[in-house]
Ligand binder design. Structure first.
Ligand code: GLN
Length: 488
């Protein structure tokens, strides 16, 4: 049962072939079996899951159903869930139980989903392998004996979904944290347009970049999840007055003489990527061409500076956002001799090394001596990148590019902070520009591991991004059924 996609499971529930309770139990059993080893959940909520499932079954009995009724999902442990521990994978929030529900998790409740638990992530979503989690790193179910990363920061979500420990779930993407983990686990990960999905009740990392989005096994499933997540939220000041609708399968955008210009970014051509990624990218672009797309070269002149700009802007915003964790209002508190000493002791004990590094960098680039040379300069580069995307989308409809340079690396890889940061090369520019980007499975490398390609669109062109992604998905034909990946 756990090999069913959301689309298939909804059909079977509607036809009463299976019940939501049966489906939920199948996932709970599997979490019981493999959850500890994969370490993809920080908190599981089996009782809540069964009561959600019973409520869904009651609705199926009356025929009065909700859009995602009975779908067992994992919620990234960055979204506040009322009465359920929400940790951001930090010791600082290890025992934090919110008294409110994030907009995104509320929307999932309103859509009838079943909450299986809160998925693991990098501490405060800062990282690329989910190794900065206070609760230890999740494991990639592909070639599990190799203990590869499931990516980060939404690595708990991708580990859970790829292994059949959730049918789909949420992630957040500040610099690639949905797309990179999805790419290296053979999943679809969509970073929507900034502002399409509300950040209200989602633990803040870098507010001008943070973007909640869906992770699923197919493009159709991702579209269904996004339809639940999207929409204006009066509680959130950067929430756009926009909607995203997806009631049925995502429709084709190519074929039958349809015209579409697909851009390839010139500046990425000289970036070193693995031979597999190069081969797969070229093959998929050739497929799009044979399906009738016109391939055009576009230029985003400053795209290779996106990393530098991102690693100034994101830490700057993080240093400000994380000032709230001082041991006074909520979260960890380590008492010291006086107020300042309590702050110091609390923060020293509560934050991990990477989070501290970001706060120090962020505080430095915002200091009066550095503000103009670092922060303002980064803000200018950001503006130029955003403008270049706007220009590029006058020359093409959508853009395609690799999601990563190569396949999943071992969790034991010992990279320097700068080597980790460099892995975000293909993803951060889209966050700086606020444009939608979806990583879709594009092929298998010679080592048998999956690789992804991104489809990027103009702001609020999220549906067309998914439409083109669906053609790539069909051409790549990756078998990402959990029982196939896990061999059990
Ligand atoms: N790897 C990036 C970072 O460490 C992206 C993280 C994210 O998107 N949350 O900041």
């Amino acid at each position: 049962m756990i090999d069913l996609t959301i689309t298939q499971a909804l059909e079977k529930l509607k036809s009463r072939e299976i019940s939501a309770t049966e489906l939920t139990r199948a996932y709970l059993d599997r979490i019981e079996k493999y959850g500890a080893d994969l370490n993809c959940y920080i908190t599981t909520t089996p009782e809540r899951a069964l009561s959600d499932a019973a409520a869904a079954d009651a609705r199926y009995a009356t025929g009065n159903t909700l859009p995602l009724d009975g779908m067992p999902i994992g919620m990234k442990d960055l979204f506040a869930t009322r009465g359920i521990r929400t940790t951001a994978a930090s010791r600082m929030l290890e025992n934090f139980i919110p008294e409110y529900e994030s907009t995104i998790s509320q929307k999932f409740i309103n859509s009838g989903t079943v909450l299986l638990g809160k998925t693991n992530l990098d501490e405060f979503a800062m990282g690329t392998f989910s190794k900065t989690s206070y609760f230890g790193a999740p494991v990639n179910p592909w070639q599990m004996e190799k203990r590869l990363t499931a990516g980060g920061s939404s690595g708990g979500a991708t580990s859970a979904i790829a292994s059949g420990l959730a049918i789909g779930g949420t992630g957040t993407d500040t610099g690639g944290s949905i797309r990179f983990p999805a790419a290296i686990t053979g999943l679809v990960g969509m970073k929507p347009t900034y502002g399409l999905c509300s950040r209200w009740g989602c633990v803040a990392f870098a507010s001008s970049l943070d973007t909640p989005g869906p992770i699923a096994r197919t493009v159709d499933d991702a579209a269904l999840l996004l339809a639940t997540m999207a929409g204006h939220d009066p509680k959130e000041s950067t929430s756009a007055k926009a909607e995203f609708y997806a009631h049925s399968a995502v429709s084709p955008i190519l074929g039958e003489g349809k015209k579409l210009r697909v851009g390839v970014i010139k500046e990425f051509a000289n970036v070193e990527i693995s031979a597999d990624m190069k081969r797969i990218f070229e093959a998929r672009v050739a497929d799009l061409k044979s399906m009738g797309a016109e391939i055009v070269e576009v230029s985003i002149p400053n795209i290779l500076d996106a990393l530098a700009a991102y690693y100034i802007i994101a830490p700057a915003e993080a240093s400000s956002n994380l000032a709230r964790y001082d041991g006074m209002k909520y979260g960890l508190r380590v008492d010291g001799t006086d107020l300042i000493d309590t702050y110091k002791k609390t923060r020293a004990a509560g934050f991990g090394d990477e989070v501290k590094r970001r706060m120090i960098i962020g505080t430095a680039v915002l200091s009066s001596e550095s503000y103009d040379v670092y922060f303002m300069q980064a803000a200018r580069v950001r503006r130029m990148i955003a403008d270049s995307f706007t220009t590029a989308f006058n020359q093409c409809d959508l853009i395609v590019c690799p999601s990563s340079a190569g396949t999943a690396m071992p969790l034991s890889s010992d990279l320097t902070p700068l080597e980790y940061y460099a892995l975000d090369l293909f993803t951060v520019a889209m966050n700086l520009a606020g444009v939608p980007a979806c990583s879709v499975p594009a092929g298998l490398a010679d080592n048998g591991l999956p690789l992804g390609i991104q489809v990027v669109g103009a702001r609020f062109d999220d549906m067309r991004v998914l439409q083109l992604a669906k053609h790539i998905e069909a051409a790549a034909e990756i078998d990402n059924r959990p029982t196939k990946i896990m061999g059990k």
